[in-house]
Design a protein around this ligand. Sequence first.
Ligand code: ARG
Length: 440
Amino acid sequence: MKLWGGRFSSRADEIMEQFNTSLPVDYRLYQEDIAGSLAHVTMLVYSDLLTPEEGEVLVEGLESILRDIETGDLLIEGDYEDIHSFVEMHLTERVGETGKKLHTARSRNDQVAVDMRLYAKNKAVEVMDSLQALIDSLLAKAKTNNVIMPGYTHLQRAQVVTFGHHLGAYVQMFMRDQKRVGNALELLDENPLGCGALAGTTHTIDRNVTTELLRFAKPVDNFLDGVSDRDYMLELMSNFSIIMMHLSRLSEELILWSSQEFKFITMADAYSTGSSIMPQKKNPDAAELIRGKTGRVYGSLFALLTTLKGLPLTYNKDMQEDKEQFFDALDTVLDCMEIMSKMIDTLTVNADNMKAAIKAGFLNATEVADYLVSKGTAFRNAHEIVGKIIIHCEKEKKAIEDLTIQELATFSPDIADDIYAYIDYENILTKGNKGLMKEI
Ligand code: ARG
């Protein structure tokens, strides 16, 4: 069933209808579509393009459609071209001839543009809220488990940090993500309704009415741009990709930390799975799936970038492909944030293993060099001396702090008893600017 047909003498082929329809994807825009139409009707009455009585009929009809969809009395299905056709045709079915006036001074091009902007606005707020929930989970876990652990570079044990420092780094990333989504939200907050198909309308309409009713900051300035702009989707999907990249890095760490090799954390059974053959196994599937789904979100971004790159102005049907990519990326990032929050909430931290890893990793070697510098040795010479101490320790299978003062003094006459306090793991964390690093 279509909204057009006047200039056609034969029906579209069935396979073409299936190929053309976007209803199985854009059904989820029904609230935004009806909200846009309600605002449009108010504007048409305000601009004397509809009588108040006609306006009332249309408003009641649209509201009844919304109600029935919400209660399940009206299912979004059938051979309609898209959600816009579905709503409009049901409206005319319900209210009669007046329904045919709804589309005055409007095109599906500005209609779909306004629907998607409204949808993107709402969902961007949901993404920011989910980021906040994730940040809260990280902060809570770090606060109750602020133990010392090895920090890494090149995945080699490097220097002492705390679990709070480590999770705090992710908090910073997710806070930046929130800002990025907030910035995108600000940029997209323009109303394309009233652009018509591409060049406005010969009717005298007032775009400020719909702008205010739909709570946009302003109407778009250029109509051609208004109907063909999909930048905000790309921008949000770029932001989703960055969020996924952050989630994926965190997942990778959770996978490593829960391995037999690290044993820094234990994942809750609720977010792990077993092996069909190896009875002893507990696999970190939730984290692996998040890491895996990152590729899928990047893929959606690149699919839409590629779809848009050769398009002439203004609307082209290629753009219908935007929704599937956007929705999939959005659903994926929302799911992954929720699962990650729950994984963080329920994991347990094995503080003793983290501490043992510090002891075995010479994680105070840099501080031994710093100690020598504080006694007047040049850093490069200090570095050399500590290298020799490490060789000695490896041979003796001892940590630096376990060497006697006599042993240590053979490497440098500057080493005295106060070295032990200087290189103590807990003390290290409060020295110099280390104490200034934000934890939680
Ligand atoms: N289903 C279409 C889309 O998602 C709606 C806009 C149709 N516009 C048109 N001129 N055929 O892009």
